[in-house]
Design a protein around this ligand. Structure first.
Ligand code: 1CP
Length: 351
């Protein structure tokens, strides 16, 4: 049974008395209880051990009165079953052992069965759902969007943030690009559907690198594959789907064509401005700058209030979140302050 909640009704377009609040990366290094688990276990071990993944997922819920949880995993671990070697290197982040360099590397990729490839996450989801349903808190599942997964499979890094490798593949080997995207579409769709079957109440697609695309590239090389993912997922489950095009403000007009339920917004734009760019179509999630959480608490309170008032001006519901994930070393008191400020807010005070 799925929890009926402020978060899910807001994602479905029904505004409650206040916005729901949850945070991307709400489980993570800023929590001492997370660091304690990670001292004993590697990132991949935590993800692949359902008891540990469930434990870490629930940690922020025991500290803060959040309106949602997100299953602990990464966008990259599902690539392992496709034949991509992945490791998380301490203090550095993900590293791909055998990045795609030529057409053969694409041809040898397989589309894994999600139950075989990521059964551990599906088990963790079941366990978290049984813990959270009595508390009325919904669990989100997620996946990387095909473009962003291709980015990592090609070993693009922050240093080549223009996306030279991915764009060269698109321009120089269109057939190879199509084959790669088709395999990623299949992997992502079946994985999201399996998460819905395991009991998540909503799904989020992270497109963290799509901001490097021109609208033209996005229209022809990215959007059609995203549409395939959303259409396939929709055909087998009715849970709401959230899309997060980080840095994708220039793509808003095209994103507004996607049949998703809600869009997550980074901090670079005000919610009313982006609402207009999306033609008032979507509930919007976001968009407090994660760095504001390092400011004095009255600044945190004031900036949270500013986002709440901007969120009250959009056409569809607002879901309070950050514009990107919580950063390591974020003060816990600032996270608590945001939650407190949101929970005390009421829309009727707006009029
Ligand atoms: O313990 C550690 O140091 C590991 C840090 C960490 C964590 C906590 C990584 C490595 N991944 C995660 C978990 C994670 N990643 C979640 C869990 C649920 C939650 O939000 O609480 C989610 C949803 C992700 C998604 C993810 N992973 C994205 C999309 C969102 C985003 O940040 O843009 C991306 C790009 C990744 C790749 C990744 N994994 C880890 C790092 C440091 C990165 C980013 C590397 C880069 O910038 O290229």
């Amino acid at each position: 049974m799925r929890a009926h909640s402020l978060l899910i009704s807001s994602l479905r377009g029904i505004r409650g008395e206040r916005p729901p609040v949850w945070f991307m990366r709400q489980a993570g290094r800023y929590l001492p209880e997370y660091r304690a688990v990670r001292e004993k276990h590697s990132m991949l071990d935590v993800i692949r051990t359902p008891e540990l993944a469930a434990q870490v997922t629930l940690q922020p819920l025991d500290r803060f009165e959040l309106d949602g949880a997100i299953i602990f995993a990464d966008i990259l671990n599902p690539l392992i079953g496709m034949g991509i070697e992945l490791d998380f290197v301490e203090g550095e982040g993900p590293r791909i052992g055998n990045p795609i360099q030529q057409r053969d590397d694409i041809s040898r990729l397989v589309v894994p069965d999600p139950y075989e490839n990521t059964g551990y996450t599906l088990e963790a989801i079941k366990s978290v759902v049984s813990a959270l349903t009595p508390r009325g808190i919904p669990l989100l599942g997620f996946a990387g969007a095909p473009f962003t997964l291709a980015w990592y499979a090609l070993a693009e890094s922050g240093k080549s943030a223009q996306g030279k490798r991915i764009k060269e593949l698109i321009y120089n080997d269109p057939q190879g690009w199509r084959e790669l995207m088709e395999k990623l579409v299949e992997m992502v769709s079946t994985y999201l559907i399996a998460q819905a079957e395991a009991g998540v109440s909503a799904l989020q697609l992270f497109d963290s690198w799509v901001g490097v695309c021109s609208p033209q590239m996005y229209r022809t090389e990215v959007l059609p594959y995203l549409e395939q993912v959303v259409t396939q997922v929709r055909a087998s489950t009715s849970v709401p789907i959230v899309y997060f095009p980080l840095g994708g403000l220039g793509l808003a007009d095209l994103v507004s064509e996607l049949p998703v339920d809600a869009v997550s917004v980074d901090w670079r734009v005000s919610l009313p401005t982006v609402d207009a760019a999306y033609h008032h179509r979507f509930p919007l999630q976001g968009n407090l700058d994660p760095v504001i959480l390092f400011a004095p608490l009255d600044t945190v309170r004031r900036e949270t209030a500013r986002i709440l008032h901007e969120g009250a001006q959009i056409t569809k519901p607002h879901i309070m979140n950050l514009g990107h994930g919580i950063l390591p070393h974020t003060p816990i008191s600032a996270v608590a302050e945001v939650v407190k400020t949101v929970r005390a807010f009421r829309y009727r005070e707006e009029s």
